[in-house]
Design a protein around this ligand. Structure first.
Ligand code: ASP
Ligand code: MG
Length: 401
């Protein structure tokens, strides 16, 4: 007998048919003799619909009330799924995030889990019940409802798997696993048998949206092996774990991220402390800087170019303009029609020529590279946004056969 945490995303529970489908998946695990904790998301587009409802009432709703509202989505699913299980003769009980013991910090709409008190879940399991838990939600120390940020149900599932020392954590979704590229765009994209936590994190931050980022961080921290698989098509999915076969694929994926903008500051004095002034200002405003380029100094001046999330570009420009006298008063501009295309793979650490092969694929398409950045397991380029899909296809062809 094993203890399995099974997480089901919004599309997997979107209507009556899908809810019964999920109930049957759980029933099968029970029939095989396992204990099951099911973590669920809100049905279909419920969370988006609730956000739209709030916007009808207020342009700047209180964050506390947003969480009060958003948490209702998951609460609907746990009740419906539990009813379906009971209808199939499976003993089950639903628990909200707080009943399941999720204690979070105070950061409404993007709370972090502080503690997980699993007594209630464990006592329900001991009574031989399937425990159906609402993902994405918890309670802060003032006993107010909080939510964990978009896609947060993945994090709830991983946290439960870690705290309960579950034998398996399965993330059921509407795709069959993690692919080498977006399968809707790249026909030859291949499903990966496995991928490391680090590779998955890099792919997630590069725009591949299969698993919520924080859930992968948590899985890495507590070494919770994850299996990403389809709730519709019962085929093996992708396993996310600490280490994979070193003789495996060199490149695990090609990803595109269009949430990027490049900020340029021209004529920054070429003296110590200037980068600190610029990036200190951005840091204070919680603006994440990704790739940074600086030209070599000439006549005591240099140029700084860096990328930020596109949603933050306006903010970045505003704060830099307001303080420009502190770093030379030169021209500041923002470019938004760019994209970041990245390849990820732990194999590149021990192979030469990976970057060259990527650049060759781009050159063959006559695509100009504006910026480059590398980490141990990732190479990213900034190119024109309208060329990004072509770039992904060309790079994918070059590496994945
Ligand atoms: N329902 C929430 C969302 O749509 C949480 C989740 O689905 O994981 O973001
Ligand atoms: Mg959702």
């Amino acid at each position: 007998m094993a203890l399995i945490v099974q997480k089901f995303g919004g599309t997997s529970v979107r209507d009556r048919t899908r809810i019964y489908n999920v109930a049957r998946i759980i029933m099968q695990a029970r029939a095989a003799g396992h204990q099951v904790v099911a973590v669920v998301s809100a049905q279909g587009d419920t969370t988006d619909d609730l956000i739209a409802k709030a916007a009808e009432i207020s342009a700047h709703p209180s964050q506390r009330e947003m969480d009060m509202l958003l948490a209702t989505g998951e609460q609907i699913t746990i009740a419906l799924l539990t009813m379906a299980l009971q209808e199939l003769g499976v003993s089950a009980v639903s628990l909200t995030g707080w009943q399941a013991g999720f204690v979070t910090d105070r950061a409404y709409t993007k709370a972090r889990i502080k503690r997980l008190d699993t007594e209630r879940v464990e006592s329900e399991l001991a009574r031989n019940r399937v425990v159906v838990v609402a993902g994405f939600q918890g309670l802060n120390r003032s006993e107010d409802i909080t939510t964990l940020g978009r896609g947060g149900s993945d994090t709830s599932a991983v946290a439960l798997a870690a705290a309960l020392h579950a034998d398996r954590c399965q993330i059921f979704t509407d795709v069959e696993g993690v692919f080498t590229a977006d399968p809707r765009k790249i026909r030859r994209a291949k499903k990966l048998k496995d991928i490391t936590f680090d590779e998955m994190l890099e792919l997630a931050t590069c725009g591949a949206q299969v698993l919520n980022n924080r859930s992968v961080e948590l899985a890495k921290k507590y070494n919770v092996e994850l299996e990403v698989l389809s709730s519709i098509n019962p085929v093996p999915g992708t396993v996310v774990k600490e280490e994979t076969d070193v003789e495996g694929m060199l490149i695990k994926g090609v990803a595109k991220d269009t949430n990027v903008a490049a900020v340029s500051i021209l004529g920054v004095p070429d003296v110590p402390g200037m980068s600190f002034k610029v990036f200190g200002l951005l840091g204070q405003r919680n603006i994440n800087v990704d790739i940074i380029l600086q030209s070599t100094g000439r006549d005591g001046k240099k140029d700084l170019i860096f990328t930020v999330p596109r949603d933050d570009a306006e903010n970045a420009l505003a704060v830099l303009e307001a303080n420009k006298a502190r770093f030379g008063g030169g021209d500041i501009s923002v470019e938004t029609d760019i994209a970041k295309v990245s390849i990820v793979g732990a194999g590149m650490q021990s192979h030469a020529g990976v970057a060259a092969a990527m650049f060759e694929a781009l050159a063959a398409q006559n695509i100009n590279i504006q910026m480059i950045s590398t980490s141990e397991i990732k190479i990213s380029v900034i190119i024109e946004e309208k060329l990004a899909d072509r770039a992904v296809a060309a790079i994918h062809d070059a590496f994945i056969h």
